[in-house]
Design a binder for this molecule. Structure first.
Ligand code: HEC
Length: 205
């Protein structure tokens, strides 16, 4: 055997041994010691955790209470009429300008969120009534006819008696569009022949 061959053999043997060591060290072995953390960056720093104790403050809490009046970004909602439907205990009129697009949107949202209990005409004849759920009143009930827009908005937002609150499903803009559509349902539900344009009246007879 010449010298070069021995050298080559030695290199192959050492690298085979090394790789066995390396792989057997990483695979499937449990250790109670913390993993080796070569590059520390700034991973381990002294800090206080949320809900932890911090004796620096008189109340002993690490978390600082919010300054009174703090509002999450994007939730200032200063427009009371728009966001609450009520100002100083008085329900407002629909603050949204009613356009054909708003009405179509309201119809669309009504079909998704309200029809199941109130019926497509808002008269209370719904699938939920058929299934035995508490019947909902007709929107042409004089009491509901007399409601301000803001009160209907409030009913959608907070619910009333047996009707659930829907603010988590229906965004504010959609609620106002629905209110506009409920008004249209009340008009059409209570309409007489005189409400139909003269040139269209013939089609109804
Ligand atoms: C899960 C069924 C259900 C859904 C969904 C529902 N309602 Fe109602 N709603 C009711 C019931 C039941 C009542 C009657 C509540 C009562 O008087 O106990 C009611 C009552 C109402 C009233 C009259 C409130 C009053 O003071 O008498 C309005 C207005 C109304 N709903 C609008 C809506 C609108 C708009 C939607 C869709 C955004 C909607 N509801 C979705 C079940 C529902």
């Amino acid at each position: 055997m010449n010298n070069r061959y021995t050298h080559k053999c030695f290199v192959v043997l050492v690298s085979a041994l090394l790789s066995v060591l390396v792989f057997s060290g990483c695979r499937g072995q449990k250790s109670t010691k913390p993993p080796i953390h070569l590059v520390l960056n700034m991973d381990n720093q002294e800090k206080f955790r949320a809900f932890g104790e911090n004796t620096f403050y008189p109340d002993g809490r690490a978390m600082r209470p919010l300054i009174p009046g703090t509002v999450p970004r994007g939730h200032l909602n200063l427009n009371e009429a728009y966001y609450n439907g009520i100002i100083d205990s008085v329900f407002v009129n629909n603050p949204v300008k009613i356009t054909p697009a708003i009405m179509t949107h309201g119809q669309d949202r009504f079909a998704i969120y309200c029809t199941v209990c109130h019926g497509a005409l808002g008269d209370g004849n719904s699938i939920m009534k058929q299934k035995g759920f508490t019947p909902s009143p007709s929107y042409t009930d004089p009491r509901i006819l007399g409601m301000k827009d803001g009160q209907i908005f409030d009913v959608i937002t907070r619910g009333v008696r047996t009707m659930p609150a829907m603010s988590s499903q229906v965004p504010v803009a959609d609620r106002w569009a629905i209110v506009a559509y409920v008004r249209a349902l009340q008009k059409s539900g209570n309409a007489s022949l005189q409400d139909v344009p003269p040139d269209k009246q013939g089609q109804l007879k």
